[in-house]
Write a protein that binds this ligand. Sequence first.
Ligand code: NCD
Length: 461
Amino acid sequence: VPPPPAPQSAESRPRSLVSIDDLSNDEILELFRHAEEFRADIRAWTSVCRGSIMATLFFEPSTRTRLSFESAMQRLGGGVLTAAEAQATSKAKGETLADTVRVVGGGYADLLVVRHAEDGAARVAARYARVPIVNGGDGAHEHPTQTLCDLYTLWQEKGRLEGLDVALCGDLRFGRTVHSLAYALARFGANVVTLPHAGFEMPASVLDRLERDCGVRAIEARVPGLEQIAEPASVRYLTGSRPHQLALFSRPTPIVIERLDAVYMTRSQQERHDPGVAGVAAYPRLTTEILRAPALQAASVLHPLPRVDEIAYEVDNDPRALYFRQAELGVPMRMALLAFLLGRITLRSAPPARFAADPARSWPEVGLRCANPRCITNGDGRTHLPTEWFVREVEPPRLVCAFCGHSIATPLVGHARTRRVQAFDAPEARRTKPENRVYFESLAQARAAGFEAPESGPPAG
Ligand code: NCD
């Protein structure tokens, strides 16, 4: 068995954009200002990235993301290498992403933009490449540069992000753009109204992260006039700011949203649906008639594109329709990002606090696996990637996959040195120091890893 490939250590890794949380709010606002400057005279910047090369490695279809990155790099005077089809790369021969990015990032290019079908792929790329990685969309996980374009468009149109009420509509389960966007909106103090297509609600992993990192709570809601595009039973108001008091009532009646600042429509992500899923039947569709709802009078209409049929073409002429502007702003926005990640402009703002220390932990010998079948640790990386986890000391403890964000319950806690394992709430387990704690889903798993339950009886779980 060959040894696992050596990943880059956290300290030697350049800054990348894997998750929208890799940029602080102030950095994002500063990037908007640079984008505005680039946009004011888009042809004037051909010496900014002269001498640098960007490679786009796109293992999934793309029009806007890839071409706007390539346009941005060329407008900055840099060179571009394109691998736009998985079938045309060594992936078709079985090469792993880890190997591909080490090769292309090892002298061929100074920055890689990667799109891949598996959740967590961008984190793998950032782990193995020596150059900055930009996540151009990893499975159903995140799409942070689309979020930068979305926020930039909203910021331009509304003059602020804080306090906005933004409805996310359509396939919220597999749409990666809405996941990154929800995190960012919450961080900027905006509120999210979820208007999912039935069965395609926001995943628990996203809601958990919103709650844990942004203090966001989901409250039942109703938007009068939008019953046609989302089943009223599935509408939620996700907010970190407003109605905390509502939680005091045992079963509050749904909060009524009288006015939305934006509706963000998305396509049914059919390529990620399980075969046979009746996903698209009665998929929501935004029409001029629906846009007459009083709640939408001042609502901008956004869409990451491509549109299939979920926004009627007649809406394009409505001044509230911003989706083509969103796509256009992708070029100056990505120019700002590239210039920053390539060190051609510096930002005065502080990076996110968690950027300095990556607290993910790994117990490669224990046999824990991510429960998300689409996670890259169960796919492309299965043979060589050790799983990595963020520990959540809830009851029972949970481990959150550092690649895709899905979590597993680990009700048993072992001690790394004594090799004894207990139920998480046993006194001995509670006394075990964080650095010695080893987590298990089952007793069989603990025993397979060489841990023993104390003789007083097997732990629960
Ligand atoms: C999105 C994507 O790839 O996730 N497209 C894009 O980058 N603008 C949205 C989609 O494909 O539905």
